[in-house]
Design a protein around this ligand. Structure first.
Ligand code: 13P
Length: 289
């Protein structure tokens, strides 16, 4: 199967009431696990390489793993740099035909617009897509902690879209990376207001640990791509803990890594099923917001 740009994938599969799932991958086992789940569920998928993860696996190596997996896939795949911030890494991704998410969310609005527009132009000249962020989504894959503009302002979102030429917009509506502390309530009124002003796909980062009902509503109100990382990493780590606590302790890599990869498959399948809206039942019409 050929590799899709983010815009092409979301255009084709991110329809009304449907979001494409996007997963952080770190190595071959994560990538294989995500791909197995996507193929078993027969859905398109985004493989995200976060800039943070490149400290562990060099770009060329993880990109090659993702590209090989995508080429051999029975479902459409997009490969995306997640939370790109370094000019060198972004340019290398573009050169390799990888779509990018540029994260200028810690910058003042004018600078974020200027730099995002620069990278959008560059990405399009390389025939790939660009996602960017407005408002701050803290924790996890984002190394950026900013409390100055925590939530996405709908009017600013419209201007950001218009002046940058991006293909997808990551918004902040109470979502964060990692585990949520306490009760999670996304700001659906804000999402609705943004949706009314912005006609490119909206992206929800921080999909882990979000109640199914919140994910369902987010999709009903216009989210077209949802990012997941933490829950899958946690499932991988738990499987590793379990296998290594056996006595005698297994030491063959295959014995250790197979259960970890299987845990990725199971967790990713869960996320895909939730995002596909199994059990979603017209909560918007029922006046849930
Ligand atoms: P979680 O780790 O909270 O699922 O978020 C992942 C993400 O948004 C990557 O950009």
């Amino acid at each position: 199967m050929s590799i899709y740009t983010l815009a092409a994938l979301l255009d084709k599969f991110g329809h009304e009431n449907h979001a494409v799932c996007s997963f952080n991958v770190y190595n071959m086992e994560f990538t294989q696990g995500v791909m197995q789940a996507a193929q078993e569920e027969n859905v398109p998928v985004v493989l995200m390489i976060s800039e943070l993860a490149l400290e562990f696996t060099p770009l060329e190596m993880i990109a090659t793993i993702c590209q090989t997996a995508a080429r051999n896939s029975t479902v459409p795949v997009c490969i995306l740099l997640d939370h790109g911030n370094s000019s060198a890494v972004i340019q290398e991704c573009l050169r390799m035909g990888i779509s990018v998410m540029f994260d200028g969310s810690n910058l003042p609005l004018e600078e974020n617009i200027q730099l995002t527009a620069y990278y959008a132009d560059l990405a399009h000249r390389h025939h790939v897509s660009i996602e960017a962020e407005l408002g701050s989504i803290s924790g996890g894959e984002s190394q950026i902690e900013s409390n100055t503009r925590p939530f996405t302002d709908p009017a600013e979102a419209e201007r950001f879209m218009r002046e940058t030429g991006i293909d997808a917009l990551a918004i902040s509506i109470g979502n964060r990376h990692g585990f949520y502390k306490g009760k999670t309530e996304l700001d659906f009124s804000r999402l609705k207001a943004i949706r009314e002003k912005v006609d490119i796909p909206l992206v929800l980062h921080g999909g882990s640990d979000l109640p199914e009902s919140q994910i369902n509503l987010a999709i009903e109100y216009g989210i077209r791509k949802i990012n997941f990382g933490t829950d899958v990493k946690f499932a991988f780590a738990q499987a590793m803990k379990q296998v290594l606590s056996q006595d005698p302790m297994p030491f063959q890599p295959i014995q250790i890594l197979s259960p970890c990869r299987n845990a990725v498959v199971e967790e990713v399948r869960k996320k895909i099923r939730i995002s596909r809206g199994e059990g979603r039942a017209g909560r918007v019409a029922a006046g849930a917001v």
